[in-house]
Design a protein around this ligand. Structure first.
Ligand SMILES: Cc1cc2nc3c(=O)[nH]c(=O)nc-3n(C[C@H](O)[C@H](O)[C@H](O)COP(=O)(O)O)c2cc1C
Length: 168
């Protein structure tokens, strides 16, 4: 067990232990001068009901986030269990991620709302806070819905997609 107050944490141990926290997966999208951009993001959570805020954490190495931030609006697309391939496509840096991806303008901000998502949370940028090698992004909800209420969620657990029991 890690000692309380230990000055360093081994990165491999950090990843291994934190990988035991199961999450859903989202794709954060926006328009950069009319060009759709986005990246896969598991670090999404609801933050506040009054006012309605959500949060996600983005790596400082992301090349997409600097294209989203100036526009100060984005849509968090919550993925369904049949959207693993879509997620993989949006986890690759520098690729043409939107090739063949159907989307419409989200009702609050006009950010790309991806077809077939479980739910979406359309946001304006409220605040960005320092988070070490990540930035903590806080969004204010402009519109939201769950268009595929009956579908299952895409899960991420121990570095793999799918149902937690399959990764045991
Ligand atoms: C399942 C999954 C979850 C991810 N979650 C995050 C995340 O929460 N924050 C983050 O910065 N990157 C996350 N990534 C990695 C980014 O998607 C990836 O680094 C990014 O797409 C790089 O592209 P960019 O340079 O266009 O930003 C995740 C990747 C996968 C496959």
């Amino acid at each position: 067990m890690a000692k309380l107050g230990a000055p360093t944490v081994d990165p491999a141990t950090f990843r291994h232990v934190l990988g035991h926290f199961c999450s859903g997966v989202t794709i954060v999208t926006a328009l950069d001068g009319g060009t759709p951009v986005g990246f896969a993001c598991q670090s999404f959570a609801s933050l506040s009901l009054e006012p309605p805020l959500v949060t996600f954490f983005v790596a400082r190495t992301s090349t997409t986030w600097p294209r989203i931030r100036p526009g100060a609006r984005f849509c968090v697309n919550v993925l369904a269990d049949d959207q693993e391939d879509l997620c993989r496509a949006f986890a690759v840096s520098g690729a043409d991620k939107f090739a063949g991806v159907a989307h419409t303008p989200a009702p609050g901000t006009g950010s790309p709302l991806l077809d077939g998502v479980l739910a979406y949370v359309d946001c304006t940028l409220e605040r960005v806070v320092d988070g070490g090698d990540h930035e903590i992004v806080i969004g204010r909800v402009a519109a939201l819905d769950a268009p595929r209420d009956d579908a299952g969620p895409l899960l991420f657990y121990k570095g793999r997609f799918g149902h937690p029991a399959r990764n045991a």
